[in-house]
Design a protein around this ligand. Structure first.
Ligand SMILES: [Fe+2]
Length: 187
């Protein structure tokens, strides 16, 4: 999947966007400086707050017919993290995947379902455990080492937008962050 280089924005919206995005980026930088337990909590809280930004809802019109669309909002100059908005049209789902880096995300508008998977020891395939709707403005944080495997998607007619922060610079097609996982056939 291609990635848009930046948020499209109108005058006025651009400066508001810069404000919340700058706050989020600075908080992530500070969290990374502090490290430890504080890092996780600080980032999750900042992502939850930032997901309320009205500018994210405006991205609903920047979906793609082909696949859910990624918009790169901020790339840390020191390459420690990246901030993206994902736009999900009806029926668009991510592949089943884990992560090579820590990640935090929150739903900004619309509906998204998240399915959690367990890895079968015998064959290494992902098996779905449960599916839950994401609560808006509530951030999830996972460490790469957690081995968390999931799939997100929009089952509803309304376009959904989610905000994501990854502990790595994002490459095209999800390279560098998403770890592909094969799900058991039929799951
Ligand atoms: Fe993910």
């Amino acid at each position: 999947m291609d990635i848009s280089p930046a948020l499209p924005s109108r005058s006025g919206a651009a400066s508001r966007q810069a404000a919340w995005l700058g706050r989020l980026a600075r908080t992530v930088e500070e969290a990374l400086r502090q490290g430890g337990v504080a890092r996780r909590a600080l980032i999750a809280e900042a992502v939850a707050e930032a997901s309320r930004a009205p500018e994210l809802r405006e991205l609903r019109r920047f979906g793609s017919q082909r696949c859910y669309a990624r918009h790169l909002l901020h790339a840390d100059p020191a390459e420690r993290f990246s901030i993206l908005a994902l736009v999900w049209r009806r029926g668009q789902f991510s592949p089943v995947h884990g992560h090579h880096a820590w990640c935090a995300f929150a739903l900004s508008c619309g509906r998204l379902l998240e399915t959690h998977y367990a890895i079968c020891e015998a064959d290494g395939l992902a098996v779905p455990q449960h599916t839950l709707p994401l609560a808006p403005f509530c951030a999830d944080f996972t460490e790469a080492a957690d081995g968390h495997v999931h799939r997100l998607g929009n089952p509803a007619r309304e376009v959904a937008v989610s905000l994501h922060v990854y502990g790595r610079v994002w490459g095209g097609g999800g390279r560098g962050v998403n770890r592909p996982v094969i799900a058991r056939a039929g799951d």
